[in-house]
Design a protein around this ligand. Sequence first.
Ligand SMILES: Cc1cc2nc3c(=O)[nH]c(=O)nc-3n(C[C@H](O)[C@H](O)[C@H](O)COP(=O)(O)O)c2cc1C
Length: 290
Amino acid sequence: MKSFLPSKLETKNLYGLLSGSIGPRPIAFVSSVDKHGNPNLSPYSFFNVFSANPPILIFSPVRRVRDNSIKHTLENALETKEVVINVVNWDLVQQVSLSSTEYEQGINEFEKTGLTMLPSDLVKPPRVKESPVQYECKVQDSIALGEEGGAGNLVIAEVVKLHIREDLLDEGLHIDQHKIDLVSRMGGNWYSRANKGMFEVEKPLQRKGIGVDQLPDSIRLSSVLTGNDLGKLGNIEVLPASSLVKNFILKHDLEDFIENSSEERVHLIAQEYIEKNELEKAMNILLAKQ
Ligand SMILES: Cc1cc2nc3c(=O)[nH]c(=O)nc-3n(C[C@H](O)[C@H](O)[C@H](O)COP(=O)(O)O)c2cc1C
């Protein structure tokens, strides 16, 4: 065994050891609004359920180790005392990852991720329509666990209304654990799909991805591409100019393929590239077929 005193470790190393060994962790996909009503959406895996009566969920936005700054979600939760906690399943995971990009305060991550805002009944923050279970919550209390980089802040949220996708429920109000297809967070870039095992999602770029809202309609509204596909494409830094797309198509001898294939076929092939994380190739053929 290698043994450590926490006080002798650098915070970033301690963070890595803790998050690499405490897992898989459920993910709260937290929607909040600032005092002007601007929505925010971000994932938090320092999260769990702690009580059923009253129904209490707790998540913890941590002060950034880098510069001790505070997350927008925490600011909003403290300011408005309301959040919606949406659960994360496989179909959402790329968009969840994209939403953790550090966009400026006031940027709506619903738009950036291409997810749909659904009005809540009892609180102001909107729900994520695509999430299979959504908890409307009032923030009962918050506890700051420290004041330096790496310090967590417990946000203690009481569920005031829950929404569950109907096809997941049986008559006895049990949730089908296969159908819900939950995803959780582990160390580094690793996630776990409960009914399949581990997989990796690269962290969003240090520089910001353009977001799903900046993709052309032909891609954003594709009948072939899934939310996960769009989430990966939204992570690229810039759309290639049309001259670059033309060069790419010529260089890879793809003129005939683009010319003679239907949009659906091109999107299906692009989807295969996205699956293999060959995003440049995928984006170029998608743009060439507009
Ligand atoms: C799956 C996942 C889980 C995360 N869990 C946490 C967490 O528990 N605590 C935290 O402070 N940041 C966590 N992050 C990072 C935040 O989501 C990220 O800092 C985000 O930009 C915060 O956004 P906000 O400032 O709009 O609230 C997580 C990121 C991902 C992708």
